[in-house]
Design a protein around this ligand. Structure first.
Ligand code: HEC
Ligand code: HEC
Length: 228
């Protein structure tokens, strides 16, 4: 048994730590290398939440329901790619607060802290708008575009691409859009300031709700206008 470590042992130990440091450096560099100039640490972390579900686990990974490119599931989970960051973040606050009732999205939102909600919102807002093709070929009544132009366009923009006063609606699944309008009619969704959507929705009959959903669902996704 040796009591005094030899010079050689010292060298070996030093070499060991040097190797460790080099490995760490190599790992950091490997990560940094993959980073494109536009990618900041915030959006990367938003991507991680989107793909892994963050602390909540894979069950709540956004991609499971909203698609790997944020295109939605063509049914009840909307497309979120390319929607304004401020809108996306507000929805998660509203789900967490119960102003917008939905059991799954309430749990998803509550598992994220407010910083994570901002990061994941920024991540999806920065993705190119994506959607699945409209699920139904059901006929759109000739008067529906005019109804949209009269009752909705001032806030949701021409062809539903969104404006400073309302989020994009184009290329959302018809089922989803109809569901939202019905939720407003019943005052279940209550997260619109001044009840604008409640008042609008309550003036529509069931046939008009269905038609507007079908009409908006078949308009292709377009790049969002700058954030509002
Ligand atoms: C298990 C399925 C599921 C998972 C996982 C999920 N969502 Fe959702 N999400 C939905 C459904 C369904 C809706 C529509 C709920 C409703 O009708 O209000 C929704 C709605 C939303 C909306 C509202 C969009 C709009 O146009 O108003 C946002 C924003 C959203 N989700 C973001 C996320 C994010 C971010 C994650 C991951 C952290 C996530 N979701 C995970 C199913 C899911
Ligand atoms: C005065 C402005 C205004 C008018 C007019 C208006 N909306 Fe909205 N709408 C909004 C706002 C603001 C929101 C977002 C509320 C929130 O923060 O959740 C919204 C949200 C929606 C949503 C939910 C989108 C989503 O991704 O969940 C649908 C669907 C919708 N509107 C449909 C319509 C239709 C159809 C019309 C016409 C019949 C209409 N709106 C007219 C302001 C308006």
């Amino acid at each position: 048994m040796r009591t005094h470590p030899s010079l050689q042992d010292h060298r070996r130990a030093n070499l060991g730590s040097l190797l460790l440091a080099l490995c760490a450096l190599a790992l950091t560099t490997a990560c940094t290398d993959r980073k494109t100039p536009s990618e900041d640490p915030w959006s990367r972390s938003g991507e991680l939440i989107a793909m892994s579900g963050g602390q909540a686990g894979a069950r709540y990974a956004c991609a499971t329901c909203h698609g790997v490119r944020g295109e939605g599931n063509g049914f009840d989970a909307p497309r979120i790619a390319g929607l304004p960051a401020g809108y996306l973040q507000k929805q998660m606050e509203d789900y967490a607060a119960g102003l917008r009732p939905h059991e799954v999205m309430r749990d998803v939102a509550r598992f994220l802290d407010s910083h994570e909600r901002v990061r994941v919102a920024n991540h999806y807002a920065a993705l190119p708008p994506q959607a699945l093709p409209a699920a139904t070929q059901e006929a759109i009544a000739p008067q529906t575009p005019a109804l949209y132009a009269r009752a909705c366009q001032q806030c949701h923009g021409a062809e539903g691409v969104g404006s400073a006063n309302g989020p994009p609606l184009n290329a959302q699944p018809a089922f989803y859009l109809i569901q939202q309008l019905q939720d407003w009619q019943l005052s279940k969704r209550r997260n619109d300031g001044n009840h604008v959507m409640l008042e609008v929705a309550q003036q529509l009959d069931a046939g008009q709700v269905r038609q507007l959903g079908l009409y908006l669902a078949q308009i292709p996704p377009r790049p969002a206008t700058p954030d509002r």
